[in-house]
Design a protein around this ligand. Sequence first.
Ligand code: CMX
Length: 135
Amino acid sequence: MNISQIEHIGIAVDNLEESIKYYEEVLGLKCYAIEEVVDQKVKTAFFLVGNTKIELLESTSLDGPIGKFIAKKGPGIHHIAFAVDNATEALKLAEQRGAILVDKESRKGAEGLNIGFLHPKSTHGVLTELCSKQK
Ligand code: CMX
């Protein structure tokens, strides 16, 4: 699997604009990109902290994964994403090692990365993303 670093931490927010203000004005970070991921029904905002990113996620629909998460648990930490060499291979290996896959194959996520999720029921409650630049 070869995890090299925490690629990003995903944080579900009610309002992207208001949350960006907190990260910029209180923490002094700089939002370097805002991107909508249509098939995930989210708008994202990115900040770099060392080599790791913070990804803010605002739902564009109540029935998307972030909309459902906020309705149930409120805003807060949503997932942790690990950088791997090859997300598709890492997903297969995680499944062989007992994790339940949300995504059988990697797919395109924000910033053009190949991403796939492990179900939180099989990861001790933490929604886990594996992502890679190449497949
Ligand atoms: N962390 C921990 N647990 C979570 C969770 C999260 N982020 N999201 C959902 N759950 C839990 C729920 O609380 C629920 O638990 P209970 O059964 O004990 O009540 C269970 O998982 C099922 O939740 P649900 O609301 O019924 O939602 P679904 O089963 O429809 O979906 C999940 C859950 C994880 C499969 C779905 O949210 C998903 O596919 N997530 C991955 C995609 C995603 O999050 N995309 C946004 C990020 C975009 C990006 O980074 O590019």
